[in-house]
Design a protein around this ligand. Sequence first.
Ligand code: C2E
Ligand code: MG
Ligand code: MG
Ligand code: MG
Length: 282
Amino acid sequence: KAKSQGRGCYRVFDGTMHDDAHRRFQLENELRLAIENNQFVLNYQPIIELADGSVIGFEALLRWHHPEHGIISPAEFIPIAEDTGLIIPIGLWVLDQAVKQLNEWQKKGLITHGFRMSVNLSVKQFTQPYLIEEIDRILVKNNFQSCYLKLEITETAIVENPEAARQLLQQLTHRNIHLSLDDFGTGYSSLSYLHRFPVNTLKIDRSFITCIGTPNENLQIVDAIITLAHQLQISVVAEGIETAEQLAKLRSLGCDQGQGYYFSKPVESIIAENLLKQRILC
Ligand code: C2E
Ligand code: MG
Ligand code: MG
Ligand code: MG
């Protein structure tokens, strides 16, 4: 036991912190085996074209089915995967799986021209030197047409690695793979770099959408983001639409696309397939 005069040093060993550290240590070890133990599943959340309510894409979102703890949120395990480097094989698994799923839906005739599957890329993946080769390998292996793919990165990834960003963007553009800036408005919000990087889409962060219809609503900011994006030929997706009022206001501001519980939560592939068959969600 730590000395009591240690002015709180021994607090490191108090019960809750021990539990947190223990859980993390346990998850870290189990995460190493999660791929081969088939514990990962992708859920799919529809992205809606606001002009006509059609499903124009899905965002693939990773879920970990842990044998003891049940479903663990990516908010908890992605940071562990990033710290341990496991995000590299996990990220490739996600891409492979998402591409396979889209191929399957394509064979069933459910995919229209212009549809895209969005896959999240961690900053750690983004700065890997062989990322584009790995992407190519997965696309070739699955005989997948790259024009159906969209990658999501956060603006932080670009601001912190402008040279890596420029190179990757060139390579993606060459393959007609689209790029979204995720959680836009929460990070650096450095609008000045937007014109230097040919991103296709901005995803306005959920925090700006959630407050629409509340006293904290700030439509001027949302309006300004949409106007600027459109001037730069960038399309805009609103994340986290939950109410009809939010949808109506975003439509009136000319927002292109939306995603959120109002349309559908992220769902497993069978349910996602039904949404595709339904085609129009609002
Ligand atoms: P994200 O990429 O910004 O994904 C959107 C998150 O918002 C998802 O959380 C989604 O379930 C949630 N969301 C969507 N609409 C609503 C809504 O109307 N209300 C509310 N309250 N939430 C909504 P999720 O699936 O828990 O993922 C959290 C984050 O984990 C993602 O944020 C992404 O950063 C990361 N993540 C998920 N899957 C992957 C992956 O395959 N690779 C990587 N690198 N990161 C991933
Ligand atoms: Mg995302
Ligand atoms: Mg997002
Ligand atoms: Mg987000």
